[in-house]
Structure formats: structure tokens, C-alpha cells
Design a protein around this ligand. Sequence first.
Ligand code: ADP
Ligand code: ZN
Length: 525
Amino acid sequence: MTTGGGPSRNPRDVLAEVFGFPDFRGLQQQAVDEVMAGRDCLVLMPTGGGKSVCYQVPALARPGTGLVISPLIALMDDQVAALRQLGVNAGALHSEQEADDAARVRSDLMAGRLDILYVSPERLLSPGMLERLGRLTLSVIAIDEAHCISAWGHEFRPEYRELAALPQHFPNVPRIALTATADARTRTDILDALAMPDATVLKASFHRPNLDIAVKPKTSELRQLTGILDRHRGAASIVYCGSRSKTERIARSLAGKGYAALPFHAGLSPVEKRAALMRFRSGEPVVIVATIAFGMGIDRPDVRAVVHLDMPSSPEGYYQQIGRAGRDGELAETVLLYGGDDMARARYWLEQSNAPEAQKRVMSARLEAMIALTETTGCRTQALLSCFGEELSTACGHCDNCRNPVATFDGTVAAQKVLSAIYRTGQRFGAVHVAGVLRGKASDMTSRHGHEKLSVFGIGKDRPEPFWRGVIRQLIARGAIRVTGEYNALALEEGRARPILRGEEQIMLREDATEDLKAAGRASG
Ligand code: ADP
Ligand code: ZN
């Protein structure tokens, strides 16, 4: 393929001849048109939406070399290999590359032989690189995973900030930024940080009808998890955990039960990481138990299940993670298991964090949106998409709440009983103990602390213990109960708890599904 000064080619011809696609899909045509006309644009598309074509086609159709900035080294090599197979002269420059490989790419680049260069931000900004590129004709500059530029985002890369200088170095080269993160805040951040206020913003729908979304209270984590995985034996699944140690623990437990499970987190050695990625990409059945480090650039199309064992910190992160399921368009299952402790811990860590106040406020708003999402009784898909400013006019019909509409009940009295029990026991005990006191369950602890003599002892005998755990969890979600200290002691959040105790506020609670209650009963009994 030739590069250099010649005239532009017809993008549709490039799409057909190079990629073998008869037509552009969704917003691809518009994105390509913008770039072909020399204008900047920002493309927001869900994972699997077809972002690559938006910059690869203009890179080939316009004269010069296309520059693609990406933070994902592993993915870069894959993309380059795929493009080479299509006859495109592509190359990559990044830090994990052999020296002679890099030298060859550099000389191809400077000779104007490269159609597309993938480059990590560090390499792009390394001494002399921008000057060298300045001597070439560039067809387009693509900034992939552009949400990494947002300091508020969940995948912030400080190096991305430096990309603000691109227009000074390459004033006449159109830029196209791409991301699968869709919220308004990230969007304005990208436009500001890349200094492209006039860019056309193209946003695709983020609705993925093949994703089954379910969110369930955590009752017996491992049992619930294997129940899900068993529905997808022989396929690939991803299990997200909140900590590195937990990924290892869960992977070990699963392996002990005969699952092909592997942990993945940022603390693994490069060799271990690569081995896990190879297994994942091989197409074999595998369960990857990971932190969110297992994320961007994961492109196995046939992941059948994504399970969260801990609550994500934002709807954006959650959406991206579940979006890794079912990229082939076939049905895929996503389940988030959550508990009151998770929410409380997430709030606690945020409070403790040293982040600047303004940033904490944004993070806190996202966390609360995530918590609200877990407790919503309406359509999950609608609730999730509304976090991205997208309105789905009818309920999705396939999330857990759509399939099994949630019953609600007037939980005012139950909430008052829980709050009183917490108060009377001195706001020093965890959920298990408080539920035990309500149930009137005598134990060493209840006798040692004189809790059997309290008026609240046994006032909740009529309901099973999982019921009380559910009420506690929902009061945590509503911010009426705080969880403190290393023993997860429950305490009242005065402002929210008092109106409930005084009967000034009616509390509607969700009836947890009976299967969950039964499972919880088995687990705790
Ligand atoms: P993203 O980067 O948005 O996650 P990709 O660029 O990897 O998505 O594309 C997802 C899949 O869609 C790929 O398998 C790609 O080959 C396919 N695809 C993209 N554009 C088209 C098109 N115009 N026609 C048919 N298939 C396409
Ligand atoms: Zn729904």
C-alpha cells in the first residue's frame, strides 16, 4: 500500500477493499466523513461498536501516515498484526518492544512507508518524536481510550494530559478521539483537555440488548458464583473482585472445584499476566478472576458471563466491565452481587482518600449513582443508560427487574426496629449481631453485653434473619446507617435516621427475591 502525498481515496472503497465490509455501521460513516473533511470529532460508542474503523479507514483513505495513540500495549500489537494480515503496513512503538523491532518501525515511518503507526503516549512524547513526526505527512491523529485523559475518570492516565499540545505540533491534522465511556462529565473533559471545543460529538446508543443484567444481594458468594458459572460451562467468563487478594482466593476456590480459573491483577509478574491473557484469548473455556486491571482492550468476543463479587465504584466502570460480555452479539449474562458492607466500605474509602475535594465530590456522586442502581426496583437497563444521559423509552424486558418485577412493601416499622436496635446496642455491633438481637437469638455476646434485657430484643422474631439483613442493607444504601471501624459496626446517620425513627418518613423497601432469602438462610443457618 502506498502512503505519502497522493490524493484521497474513497473511504467506502477502502472499507470494502481492505476490510471486506460492504457498509459502514451506525455512526462510522459520519465519523469518517468528519475526518475526511479535516474536522475534529469525538466518537462515543460502546465496546464492540466498531470504533477502529472510524480512524483506520480515514488513515488509509487520506494521504500520509495515520497516528493512533493508545495506552494499551497488548492491544496495539494485536491490532498491528490484524492490519498486517489485511495488507496494511502498520507498526507500533511502545516500551515493551525489542530494540531492532522499534528501529525497523522508525525507519519505515521516516521513509513514509507506514500506513498506520500505533504509539503509546510515553513514546509519542519522548524526546525528538514529535519533531520527527512533524517532518511527515499525517493523515489523522486518533486518540483511543480518550476517557483516560479525564482526571475524574476511572482509568486516568496522567500522560494523556500532554496530548493537549498536539494541535500546536500538527495544526492541520484532523483529530478523532474515541471512547466507550459516555457520561457527560468525561465528554466535556475530553473536549477541554484535547483542546478541541469545536469537535463534532458523535454518540451511539449504549443499549446492548443481548446483555442480561441482574443485580442481587450477596448471600453466599461462592455458591451464587458457581451457580452462574455452571450455566456457562465450556465458555469464557470474567469474575471481577474488589481486591487482588480476593481474586487469588476466589480463583483458588474455583480451581479446587474443577473450574479452569485464573487470577488476574496488576500485581502479577508480566509473565503471569501474559500467560493468563494467552489462555483467555485462546478460545478455550476459562474463568478469569480479576481486578479492574483486567479491562481495556480485552477483546474476546464470546465471553458469556461477567460477574461482579464487589460493587464497582461508578456506573461508568460497571458498564464497561459488563460490556466485555457478549461482544459477538449473542446472549450473555451479567450479575452483580452486592452487600451493605460493600457500599459502606466504598463510602468509607472515598471519605478517607487524599484526593482533592472537588474530585471526591464527583467520585462520591458516581458511587451514590452506583448504589442507587443496585437498589432500583425499576428496569436496570433504563436506569443504567440514564446515567449516560440516554433515555430508553420502554423497559428493556430482559433485566432481572423486568423479568421478575420487584415487590415493595411499607418498611417503615421494620426500619424503625432496625434503627432502634442499633441505637440501643450502642452503635458498636455489626449486622449479624443486630439481626440476632432483633430475632431474639441469645448468644455469649448478647448475654455478655446485657442485650437480652433490652426492649428491642426479639422484636423482630416474626421475620427470618435474611429479612433483617436485607432491611439493614437497604438502610445503608439510603444513607440512614453508616458502617464504621474494622468490625463493620453499624451506626446511625443522624440526619437520615431521625425522620425515620420519628415516623416522619415512610420507607418503601424492596422485597428481596425468595430464592435469595432461601440461599441466605442456608448460608447463615
Ligand atoms: P470497538 O473498538 O468499538 O470495541 P471494534 O472496532 O473492535 O470495536 O469492532 C468490533 C467488531 O465489529 C469487530 O469484529 C469488527 O470487525 C466489526 N466491525 C466493525 N465495523 C464493521 C462494519 N462496518 N461492518 C461489519 N463489521 C464491522
Ligand atoms: Zn429491564
